[in-house]
Design a protein around this ligand. Structure first.
Ligand code: UVW
Length: 326
């Protein structure tokens, strides 16, 4: 796990060695930067996104928190729990707060993992070698993220031109298979087949069909020996993301990558190479079924993307409901 426990075990493959010599954007936007590659989304990029709007159709990409079918998330995390603290039952038993005039209202609370739904990861969410994005000390994560928390992304917001690459549809599948991988060359092939160009500074949205499968299969079947499909690590892929100045990677999977690199055995190498080293924002667990079906129907795979996670002080991630405008 990305040296999360700072152990050096000589028998294990090593993230630091794997990523040695690959590009880093540390310092590029100053010593205090906490939003990384989102800095690429300048005013000109926002206008490029606006220029991609053609029809006025809108789509929201968040999965439902507390859906009766369950909350899709990393299996080690716990599902959300929402409770009413005030509803008609309180009025029925005379336990309600008094409101002059007779108006009534309901209240509730939720307990959830901040990464337990569609979410932005903070840039400091994953690290190795005791350093986070921009070189911040891993000590700064203790008790809440003092550096590179999700708050910085939330305060900034994310607006730009996005391109959807439908890898599942490109491979003639409803959903990619268990552990099925693809790389940047596959993305380029799929883009060509879709008739769209991935341009420099595009927000990259990738559909594998995985979230659709969660609701179709049900959570028990979905989580059985879970091995997500996804992007797979290579040095060329990391260099491509760097050269393309991709600000934000958005996918319908839990981890935005195959969790274990099939070649080296290193786990979550793209969290380390793209998020920690290049400062690329990660948005995970989006639901793309409606958007992808619409794009396949009208052939418009590029559009304006807007999102802002919740402003959680010290958060390593936060829920978000991105909105796409075609
Ligand atoms: C981990 O990588 C541990 O989590 P996530 O997929 O939510 O970023």
């Amino acid at each position: 796990m990305c040296d999360l426990h700072n152990k050096s075990n000589n028998n294990e493959p090593n993230t630091k060695q794997l990523l040695e010599g690959l590009p880093k954007n540390w310092g590029k936007w100053g010593p205090d930067d906490e939003v990384g590659a989102l800095n690429y989304l300048t005013e000109a990029e926002v206008l490029r996104g606006v220029a991609a709007v053609r029809q006025g159709k809108t789509f929201t990409l968040q999965v439902q928190i507390g859906h009766p079918g369950g909350d899709p998330m990393w299996p080690a995390r716990n599902p959300s729990m929402r409770f009413n603290t005030l509803d008609h039952s309180h009025y029925h038993f005379g336990k309600q707060p008094h409101m002059t005039g007779g108006a009534a209202y309901s209240d509730d609370v939720i307990f959830m993992q901040l990464q337990g739904s569609t979410q932005y990861d903070a840039l400091g969410h994953a690290w190795y070698d005791n350093q986070l994005w921009n070189g911040y000390d891993a000590q700064s994560t203790v008790g809440g993220m003092a550096k590179a928390s999700v708050l910085a992304i939330a305060e900034r917001g994310v607006v730009g031109r996005a391109v959807l690459i439908d890898m599942a549809r490109h491979r003639g599948k409803k959903c990619l298979g268990r552990g099925e991988t693809f790389n940047h060359l596959d993305l380029l092939d799929a883009a060509k087949a879709q008739g769209v160009t991935i341009e420099k500074r595009d927000i990259l949205i990738i559909r594998t069909g995985s979230m659709g499968a969660f609701y179709e299969l049900g959570k028990t079947e979905f989580f059985k020996d879970l091995m997500e499909p996804g992007l797979t690590y290579s040095r060329e892929l990391v260099e491509w993301f760097h050269e393309m100045e991709i600000p934000n990677l958005v996918t319908d999977t839990i981890a935005n990558e195959v969790i274990t690199d099939p070649v080296s055995g290193v786990q979550i190498p793209l969290h380390c190479a793209l998020m920690r080293n290049l400062g690329i924002a990660f948005t995970e667990i989006v639901l793309l079924e409606d958007l992808a079906a619409d794009c396949a129907n009208d052939g418009q795979w590029k559009f304006l993307y807007t999102a802002a996670p919740l402003k959680i002080v010290g958060g390593s991630g936060a829920p978000v409901n991105p909105v796409v405008i075609k």
